[in-house]
Design a binder for this molecule. Structure first.
Ligand code: ASP
Length: 311
């Protein structure tokens, strides 16, 4: 029986320290703590890594502070187009959805794609129809509304500009959410969910729902979830690359994360970070931005909650 471990993130980038108020900081830290406690308790009670990762991400999706589910950013058409993916490390089964509207918890729809269909990825109306058929909880457009995110969209909606949650007022907030878990059986899983970029158009899809880019899990190596500027993350196949460095080059988890985030991605001018866990229960919270909303707990060790760097 292995020790359990969990790591989660609420997005890389974060509000610059000078714009952060003690109240806001406390709200973010409480949101991270609530999600970590939920996932960690489940793992300690013997839950599967997959269940704990999904439950943790649902908790973050339900928190309007983070850009996923409730409080997700506005797309160019004034709706919320949600992306999510999930993967289990024991069987390498995976599920993903992109550009879906009206599903309260997109991560659970991604899981349903994995478990109740013959596909790995579904998009748009087809994915929504599948979700309704599967009885996934639906939510009206108002449910996803958040004033700050609406204002961000209002400022740029008549342009071709897209922003990563908010890059104005000194804020640079890549705020996807994700969780990686190791359960007592030694199984790994990863789950990622996002609203993507404010004012995204033309069916733009980032790395978050792409298996190998935004999410990857393999019991032989690690589980990884990404956050940041999706395009470089797709080009660098970040999550799978970290796994490959461990599998084929024998790197340890932290060295593999450092190599990809601080060298490979930087060469592509890619900003963001990852959370990762290996089968021994080591976690990594690695980013090349000013901060990343993050939390982790290895076994019965002290939980870590943090916003700003260094990682
Ligand atoms: N990676 C996400 C995307 O590009 C955004 C984020 O992490 O905030 O859609």
């Amino acid at each position: 029986m292995s020790k359990t471990a969990i790591a989660l993130h609420g997005g890389a980038g974060t509000i610059l320290r000078k714009y952060m108020t003690p109240e806001k900081e406390q709200q973010y830290l409480s949101g991270l703590e609530e999600a970590l406690t939920l996932g960690d308790d489940l793992l300690k009670k013997g839950a599967a890594a997959l269940d704990a990762a999904e439950a943790t991400v649902r908790c973050l999706e339900n928190n309007p502070l983070f850009n996923a589910g409730k409080g997700a950013v506005y797309a160019g058409d004034g709706t919320h187009l949600l992306d999510a993916s999930i993967m289990r490390g024991d069987t390498l089964e995976a599920g993903a959805v992109a550009g879906v509207r009206g599903v309260k918890n997109p991560i659970s729809l991604a899981r349903r794609v994995m478990e109740a269909s013959a596909y790995v990825m579904m998009i748009g109306e087809g994915a929504e129809e599948f979700g309704r058929k599967e009885g996934l909880e639906q939510a009206p457009p108002e449910y996803f509304h958040d004033d700050l995110r609406f204002q961000q969209w209002q400022r740029i909606k008549d342009s071709d500009q897209t922003i990563l949650d908010h890059a104005d007022k000194g804020e640079r907030n890549f705020s996807t959410v994700g969780a990686v878990c190791l359960d007592r059986e030694g199984n790994l899983a990863g789950a990622t969910s996002t609203g993507g970029m404010t004012n995204k158009r033309y069916g733009r899809v980032g790395d978050s729902p792409i298996i190998g880019a935004g999410t990857y899990a393999n019991n032989a190596t690690c589980a990884v979830c990404c956050t940041g500027h999706g395009e470089p993350f797709i080009r660098a196949v970040v999550a799978h690359r970290i796994s490959c460095l461990m599998e084929y080059k024998g790197m340890d988890l932290q060295a593999a994360c450092d190599e990809v985030i601080h060298r490979v991605l930087k060469e592509l001018k890619g900003e963001g970070g990852v959370i990762a866990v290996d089968p021994q229960g080591h976690t990594s919270l690695t980013f090349n931005t000013a901060g990343m909303y993050r939390a982790a707990r290895e076994g019965v060790g002290a939980p870590v909650f943090s916003i700003y760097g260094p990682s």
